[in-house]
Design a protein. Structure first.
Length: 82
């Protein structure tokens, strides 16, 4: 089994396209998803320390337990979280 990780917006419109793209991009069978509204802004601003740490904690599980081969931070047009 091979995994990569998407730190993605919670918006349902972007889930499947992102999963399909990352499966092809990294040549993996599975995509672990970490979702937040507007995760790119959360990580860039670093103002919400608790949420940033929660994302990093979940990312560590994907990397350590699933041996994730790639990580994508995903943003999209018209994000309600941004």
């Amino acid at each position: 089994m091979s995994f990569c990780t998407a730190i993605n917006c919670m918006d349902g419109r972007v889930q499947l396209p992102v999963i399909r793209y990352l499966q092809a991009r990294f040549g993996v069978s599975f995509v672990d998803t970490i979702t937040e509204p507007g995760p790119n802004r959360i990580l860039a601003d670093r103002a919400d320390v608790r949420t940033v740490q929660a994302i990093l904690d979940r990312l560590a599980i994907s990397v350590q337990k699933h041996a994730s081969v790639g990580i994508a931070v995903v943003g999209h047009h018209d994000c309600a979280g941004n």
